[in-house]
Design a protein around this ligand. Sequence first.
Ligand code: ZN
Length: 162
Amino acid sequence: MRASSGRPEPRLVLAGGHPLRDEALAAVNRDLAVTVPGLPALRLIVCPDADDLDEQVYVALSDGEAHGTCLIPAEWAGEAMTAVADAAQETVTERLWRAWPVCTVHDLGMHARDVDGTPSWWCAGGSRKGDPAHIRAAIGDLDTLHPPRRPNRRRRKTRRPR
Ligand SMILES: [Zn+2]
């Protein structure tokens, strides 16, 4: 039975209840802290209607605001990481009213992708030839810049032959 007046408050998911998600959220929060310094860390909340902690878990802002779809059940770390990153992206993008996270090289919104087993932020790259899609950083490592590879660019020789 459901109460007719108002909705029950979503519950906070306690740390330790889902180690893979806790770890993933910590990584995404590192990226959030370096890209949007004013925004408090994200947290996991569970919908009041959910029967157990594996159901209807959302990535929410510190005030409980959450957007997008609930997390899909994840069985391994990489899967949990991209799921949490996707959900965090929906919530943060909605709050900021702009793309997040953004590739600092191309000024484009990035997407969470598993790249050879490493959950990463992927950027579609520039529209010009020689400016291909690239991996900006592993999720959780956005403070480290990985510039796109430009194979056509010539390296200037710094040392003259003797
Ligand atoms: Zn880029």
